[in-house]
Ligand binder design. Sequence first.
Ligand SMILES: O=C(O)CCC(=O)C(=O)O
Ligand SMILES: [Fe+2]
Length: 330
Amino acid sequence: MESTGDSFPVLDMAKLAAGDERPQAMALLRDACENWGFFELVNHGVSLELMDEVERLTKAHYVERREEKFRDFAREALATKRPDELAEVDWESTFFLRHLPVSDVSYTPGMDDDYKAAMGEFGKAVEKLAETMLELMDENLGLEKGYLKAAFRGSEGLPTLGTKVSSYPPCSRPELVKGLRAHTDAGGVILLFQDDQVSGLQLLKDGRWVDVPPMKHAIVVNLGDQLEVITNGKYKSVLHRVVAQIDGNRMSIASFYNPGADAVIYPAPALVKANEEEEEEEEKEIEMYPKFVFEDYMKLYIEKKFEAKEPRFKAMKAMETLNAHPISTT
Ligand SMILES: O=C(O)CCC(=O)C(=O)O
Ligand SMILES: [Fe+2]
Protein backbone atom coordinates (compact mmCIF):
# COMPACT_ATOMS: atom_id res chain seq x y z
CA MET A 1 0.00 0.00 0.00
CA GLU A 2 1.17 3.49 -0.81
CA SER A 3 1.88 5.74 2.09
CA THR A 4 -1.19 7.88 2.74
CA GLY A 5 0.86 10.91 3.65
CA ASP A 6 4.13 12.31 4.77
CA SER A 7 3.02 13.54 8.16
CA PHE A 8 3.89 11.50 11.18
CA PRO A 9 0.99 9.09 11.87
CA VAL A 10 -1.14 9.95 14.90
CA LEU A 11 -3.80 7.42 15.81
CA ASP A 12 -6.82 7.94 18.00
CA MET A 13 -7.48 4.79 20.03
CA ALA A 14 -11.09 5.80 20.55
CA LYS A 15 -11.57 5.58 16.79
CA LEU A 16 -9.71 2.26 16.64
CA ALA A 17 -12.07 0.86 19.28
CA ALA A 18 -15.45 1.43 17.65
CA GLY A 19 -17.65 3.66 15.53
CA ASP A 20 -18.08 4.87 11.98
CA GLU A 21 -14.49 6.00 11.67
CA ARG A 22 -13.01 2.65 12.69
CA PRO A 23 -12.27 1.43 9.13
CA GLN A 24 -10.29 4.59 8.36
CA ALA A 25 -8.46 4.39 11.67
CA MET A 26 -7.57 0.74 11.04
CA ALA A 27 -6.28 1.67 7.56
CA LEU A 28 -4.15 4.40 9.09
CA LEU A 29 -2.75 1.89 11.59
CA ARG A 30 -1.99 -0.52 8.78
CA ASP A 31 -0.18 2.19 6.82
CA ALA A 32 1.79 3.22 9.89
CA CYS A 33 2.84 -0.39 10.60
CA GLU A 34 3.78 -1.10 6.98
CA ASN A 35 5.40 2.18 6.01
CA TRP A 36 6.60 3.91 9.16
CA GLY A 37 7.26 1.29 11.85
CA PHE A 38 6.30 4.11 14.19
CA PHE A 39 3.14 5.98 15.21
CA GLU A 40 1.80 8.09 18.02
CA LEU A 41 -1.30 7.18 20.07
CA VAL A 42 -3.81 9.51 21.70
CA ASN A 43 -6.81 8.45 23.80
CA HIS A 44 -4.75 5.37 24.65
CA GLY A 45 -6.37 4.63 28.00
CA VAL A 46 -3.24 5.05 30.15
CA SER A 47 -4.29 7.39 32.95
CA LEU A 48 -3.05 10.92 32.28
CA GLU A 49 -2.72 11.52 36.02
CA LEU A 50 -0.47 8.48 36.23
CA MET A 51 1.63 9.79 33.33
CA ASP A 52 1.99 13.15 35.08
CA GLU A 53 3.03 11.41 38.28
CA VAL A 54 5.55 9.20 36.45
CA GLU A 55 7.02 12.27 34.74
CA ARG A 56 7.29 14.28 37.93
CA LEU A 57 8.92 11.43 39.85
CA THR A 58 11.27 10.52 36.99
CA LYS A 59 12.52 14.09 36.63
CA ALA A 60 13.02 14.34 40.40
CA HIS A 61 14.83 10.99 40.40
CA TYR A 62 17.27 12.29 37.80
CA VAL A 63 18.08 15.40 39.81
CA GLU A 64 18.38 13.56 43.13
CA ARG A 65 20.04 10.32 42.07
CA ARG A 66 21.62 10.54 38.64
CA GLU A 67 22.57 14.05 37.69
CA GLU A 68 25.85 14.29 39.54
CA LYS A 69 27.08 10.98 38.16
CA PHE A 70 26.07 12.00 34.65
CA ARG A 71 27.87 15.34 34.94
CA ASP A 72 31.07 13.54 35.96
CA PHE A 73 30.73 11.14 33.03
CA ALA A 74 29.99 14.02 30.62
CA ARG A 75 32.90 16.18 31.74
CA GLU A 76 35.31 13.28 31.51
CA ALA A 77 33.99 12.13 28.11
CA LEU A 78 34.32 15.56 26.49
CA ALA A 79 37.72 16.19 28.04
CA THR A 80 39.39 12.89 27.24
CA LYS A 81 37.75 11.23 24.23
CA ARG A 82 38.68 11.75 20.60
CA PRO A 83 35.86 12.50 18.12
CA ASP A 84 35.89 8.90 16.83
CA GLU A 85 35.49 7.67 20.42
CA LEU A 86 32.69 10.15 21.15
CA ALA A 87 30.85 8.79 18.12
CA GLU A 88 30.55 5.53 20.11
CA VAL A 89 29.10 7.19 23.20
CA ASP A 90 25.42 7.65 24.09
CA TRP A 91 24.69 10.91 25.89
CA GLU A 92 22.06 9.44 28.21
CA SER A 93 21.47 8.60 31.83
CA THR A 94 19.45 5.41 32.10
CA PHE A 95 18.17 2.71 34.40
CA PHE A 96 16.04 -0.37 33.77
CA LEU A 97 13.02 -1.90 35.44
CA ARG A 98 11.53 -5.30 34.74
CA HIS A 99 7.79 -5.91 34.99
CA LEU A 100 7.37 -9.40 33.46
CA PRO A 101 7.76 -12.33 33.82
CA VAL A 102 8.60 -11.23 37.38
CA SER A 103 8.70 -7.63 38.53
CA ASP A 104 11.88 -6.28 40.09
CA VAL A 105 10.45 -2.81 40.68
CA SER A 106 10.12 -3.21 44.45
CA TYR A 107 13.77 -4.36 44.73
CA THR A 108 15.25 -1.61 42.61
CA PRO A 109 17.63 0.50 44.68
CA GLY A 110 17.40 4.29 44.75
CA MET A 111 13.64 4.54 44.20
CA ASP A 112 11.21 5.90 46.77
CA ASP A 113 8.07 3.92 47.52
CA ASP A 114 5.79 6.31 45.64
CA TYR A 115 8.04 6.09 42.55
CA LYS A 116 8.04 2.28 42.77
CA ALA A 117 4.25 2.25 43.06
CA ALA A 118 3.81 4.59 40.10
CA MET A 119 6.21 2.61 37.88
CA GLY A 120 4.54 -0.69 38.87
CA GLU A 121 1.18 0.72 37.86
CA PHE A 122 2.65 2.19 34.67
CA GLY A 123 4.03 -1.26 33.76
CA LYS A 124 0.55 -2.80 34.06
CA ALA A 125 -0.97 -0.04 31.93
CA VAL A 126 1.57 -0.40 29.12
CA GLU A 127 1.21 -4.21 29.19
CA LYS A 128 -2.50 -3.82 28.53
CA LEU A 129 -1.95 -1.23 25.81
CA ALA A 130 0.71 -3.35 24.06
CA GLU A 131 -1.66 -6.33 24.02
CA THR A 132 -4.46 -4.20 22.59
CA MET A 133 -2.10 -3.04 19.84
CA LEU A 134 -1.12 -6.65 19.07
CA GLU A 135 -4.81 -7.57 18.71
CA LEU A 136 -5.40 -4.70 16.30
CA MET A 137 -2.38 -5.86 14.32
CA ASP A 138 -3.76 -9.45 14.27
CA GLU A 139 -6.86 -8.03 12.64
CA ASN A 140 -4.98 -5.94 10.10
CA LEU A 141 -2.71 -8.86 9.21
CA GLY A 142 -5.59 -11.31 8.84
CA LEU A 143 -4.28 -13.44 11.69
CA GLU A 144 -6.61 -15.04 14.17
CA LYS A 145 -7.31 -12.90 17.21
CA GLY A 146 -4.67 -13.53 19.85
CA TYR A 147 -2.06 -14.91 17.44
CA LEU A 148 0.63 -12.30 18.12
CA LYS A 149 0.13 -12.30 21.87
CA ALA A 150 0.42 -16.09 21.89
CA ALA A 151 3.56 -15.90 19.70
CA PHE A 152 5.22 -13.79 22.40
CA ARG A 153 4.52 -16.27 25.19
CA GLY A 154 7.39 -18.31 26.47
CA SER A 155 7.01 -21.54 28.44
CA GLU A 156 5.85 -19.53 31.45
CA GLY A 157 2.97 -18.22 29.38
CA LEU A 158 4.23 -14.65 29.61
CA PRO A 159 6.07 -12.09 27.52
CA THR A 160 9.08 -10.14 28.78
CA LEU A 161 8.24 -6.57 29.68
CA GLY A 162 10.78 -4.03 30.82
CA THR A 163 11.05 -0.27 31.04
CA LYS A 164 14.11 1.81 30.25
CA VAL A 165 13.94 5.13 32.06
CA SER A 166 16.19 7.71 30.39
CA SER A 167 17.18 11.31 30.58
CA TYR A 168 19.06 12.96 27.75
CA PRO A 169 20.73 15.93 29.44
CA PRO A 170 21.85 18.99 27.48
CA CYS A 171 25.02 18.50 25.45
CA SER A 172 27.42 21.25 24.39
CA ARG A 173 28.79 19.22 21.44
CA PRO A 174 25.77 17.61 19.70
CA GLU A 175 27.74 17.47 16.46
CA LEU A 176 30.13 15.00 18.11
CA VAL A 177 27.91 12.78 20.20
CA LYS A 178 24.43 11.26 19.85
CA GLY A 179 21.88 10.97 22.64
CA LEU A 180 21.47 7.39 21.48
CA ARG A 181 23.09 5.94 18.39
CA ALA A 182 20.94 4.64 15.52
CA HIS A 183 19.51 1.15 15.98
CA THR A 184 16.41 -0.94 15.49
CA ASP A 185 14.78 -2.40 18.60
CA ALA A 186 15.18 -6.13 19.09
CA GLY A 187 11.81 -6.98 20.53
CA GLY A 188 8.13 -6.65 19.74
CA VAL A 189 6.12 -3.56 20.54
CA ILE A 190 7.81 -0.58 22.16
CA LEU A 191 5.70 2.02 23.97
CA LEU A 192 7.37 5.31 24.63
CA PHE A 193 6.32 8.10 26.92
CA GLN A 194 8.54 10.96 25.80
CA ASP A 195 9.10 14.51 26.98
CA ASP A 196 6.55 16.92 25.53
CA GLN A 197 8.99 19.88 25.51
CA VAL A 198 12.38 18.57 24.45
CA SER A 199 12.57 16.70 21.14
CA GLY A 200 15.37 14.49 19.85
CA LEU A 201 13.93 11.16 18.70
CA GLN A 202 14.18 10.60 14.94
CA LEU A 203 13.38 7.69 12.66
CA LEU A 204 14.82 6.92 9.27
CA LYS A 205 12.19 7.05 6.51
CA ASP A 206 13.00 6.82 2.82
CA GLY A 207 16.62 7.69 3.56
CA ARG A 208 15.80 10.78 5.65
CA TRP A 209 15.75 11.36 9.39
CA VAL A 210 12.26 12.41 10.49
CA ASP A 211 11.43 13.85 13.92
CA VAL A 212 9.00 12.02 16.18
CA PRO A 213 7.12 15.09 17.34
CA PRO A 214 6.71 15.65 21.08
CA MET A 215 3.03 15.65 22.01
CA LYS A 216 1.72 15.97 25.53
CA HIS A 217 0.24 12.75 26.94
CA ALA A 218 0.69 10.84 23.69
CA ILE A 219 2.38 7.44 23.61
CA VAL A 220 4.75 6.66 20.75
CA VAL A 221 4.71 3.08 19.48
CA ASN A 222 7.38 1.44 17.39
CA LEU A 223 7.89 -2.09 16.13
CA GLY A 224 10.90 -4.26 16.84
CA ASP A 225 12.79 -6.94 14.92
CA GLN A 226 10.60 -9.77 16.28
CA LEU A 227 7.47 -8.34 14.70
CA GLU A 228 9.34 -8.06 11.42
CA VAL A 229 10.17 -11.78 11.62
CA ILE A 230 6.70 -12.91 12.73
CA THR A 231 4.99 -10.84 10.01
CA ASN A 232 7.49 -12.19 7.47
CA GLY A 233 8.60 -8.65 6.69
CA LYS A 234 5.13 -7.17 6.20
CA TYR A 235 5.88 -4.90 9.14
CA LYS A 236 9.43 -3.65 9.56
CA SER A 237 11.49 -2.52 12.49
CA VAL A 238 12.81 0.92 11.63
CA LEU A 239 16.13 2.60 12.44
CA HIS A 240 15.85 5.37 15.01
CA ARG A 241 18.18 7.52 17.07
CA VAL A 242 18.13 10.28 19.65
CA VAL A 243 19.89 13.52 18.74
CA ALA A 244 21.47 15.27 21.72
CA GLN A 245 20.21 18.79 22.35
CA ILE A 246 22.12 21.87 23.41
CA ASP A 247 19.26 22.94 25.67
CA GLY A 248 16.80 21.00 27.74
CA ASN A 249 16.85 17.63 29.45
CA ARG A 250 14.73 15.14 27.52
CA MET A 251 12.87 12.49 29.48
CA SER A 252 11.99 9.20 27.83
CA ILE A 253 10.34 6.18 29.34
CA ALA A 254 10.45 3.29 26.91
CA SER A 255 8.64 0.04 27.69
CA PHE A 256 9.66 -3.00 25.69
CA TYR A 257 6.98 -5.67 25.23
CA ASN A 258 9.10 -8.57 24.04
CA PRO A 259 8.77 -12.34 23.70
CA GLY A 260 9.41 -14.58 26.68
CA ALA A 261 13.06 -15.65 26.80
CA ASP A 262 12.37 -19.17 25.49
CA ALA A 263 9.63 -18.24 23.02
CA VAL A 264 10.30 -19.68 19.56
CA ILE A 265 10.00 -16.93 16.97
CA TYR A 266 9.26 -17.59 13.28
CA PRO A 267 7.21 -16.13 10.44
CA ALA A 268 3.47 -16.74 10.84
CA PRO A 269 2.68 -19.54 8.36
CA ALA A 270 -0.42 -17.68 7.14
CA LEU A 271 1.76 -14.71 6.13
CA VAL A 272 4.42 -16.83 4.44
CA LYS A 273 1.69 -18.44 2.38
CA ALA A 274 0.21 -15.07 1.49
CA ASN A 275 3.61 -13.86 0.31
CA GLU A 276 4.20 -16.95 -1.76
CA GLU A 277 0.90 -16.47 -3.55
CA GLU A 278 1.64 -12.82 -4.21
CA GLU A 279 5.07 -13.53 -5.59
CA GLU A 280 4.20 -16.56 -7.68
CA GLU A 281 4.40 -14.62 -10.92
CA GLU A 282 7.60 -12.84 -10.00
CA GLU A 283 11.06 -14.23 -9.66
CA LYS A 284 11.09 -16.53 -6.69
CA GLU A 285 12.74 -14.34 -4.16
CA ILE A 286 10.83 -14.86 -0.98
CA GLU A 287 12.42 -13.25 2.00
CA MET A 288 13.22 -16.07 4.36
CA TYR A 289 13.18 -14.96 7.94
CA PRO A 290 14.71 -17.36 10.46
CA LYS A 291 13.24 -19.44 13.25
CA PHE A 292 14.98 -19.12 16.59
CA VAL A 293 14.66 -18.90 20.36
CA PHE A 294 14.26 -15.27 21.43
CA GLU A 295 17.07 -15.32 24.00
CA ASP A 296 19.52 -16.50 21.33
CA TYR A 297 18.60 -13.44 19.30
CA MET A 298 19.10 -11.22 22.35
CA LYS A 299 22.59 -12.60 22.95
CA LEU A 300 23.54 -11.51 19.46
CA TYR A 301 21.69 -8.21 19.73
CA ILE A 302 23.51 -7.16 22.88
CA GLU A 303 26.78 -7.35 20.94
CA LYS A 304 25.47 -5.89 17.68
CA LYS A 305 22.69 -3.48 18.63
CA PHE A 306 24.19 -0.58 16.68
CA GLU A 307 24.72 -2.61 13.53
CA ALA A 308 22.25 -3.45 10.76
CA LYS A 309 19.59 -6.05 11.56
CA GLU A 310 20.01 -8.08 8.34
CA PRO A 311 23.27 -9.76 9.45
CA ARG A 312 21.53 -10.63 12.73
CA PHE A 313 18.72 -12.35 10.81
CA LYS A 314 21.33 -14.11 8.64
CA ALA A 315 23.24 -15.33 11.69
CA MET A 316 20.04 -16.74 13.19
CA LYS A 317 19.28 -18.44 9.88
CA ALA A 318 22.73 -20.04 9.91
CA MET A 319 22.16 -21.23 13.46
CA GLU A 320 18.84 -22.73 12.42
CA THR A 321 20.54 -24.73 9.66
CA LEU A 322 23.18 -25.85 12.12
CA ASN A 323 20.56 -26.96 14.62
CA ALA A 324 18.66 -28.82 11.93
CA HIS A 325 21.80 -30.72 10.90
CA PRO A 326 23.86 -31.06 14.05
CA ILE A 327 27.45 -32.08 13.58
CA SER A 328 27.88 -35.50 15.06
CA THR A 329 30.23 -35.50 18.03
CA THR A 330 30.17 -39.21 18.71
O1 LIG B 1 14.60 7.58 24.23
C1 LIG B 1 14.03 7.40 23.18
O2 LIG B 1 13.23 8.21 22.71
C2 LIG B 1 14.27 6.16 22.39
C3 LIG B 1 15.00 5.14 23.16
C4 LIG B 1 15.29 3.97 22.33
O3 LIG B 1 15.19 3.99 21.14
C5 LIG B 1 15.74 2.73 22.95
O4 LIG B 1 16.06 2.75 24.13
O5 LIG B 1 15.77 1.70 22.28
FE1 LIG C 1 15.10 2.00 20.38
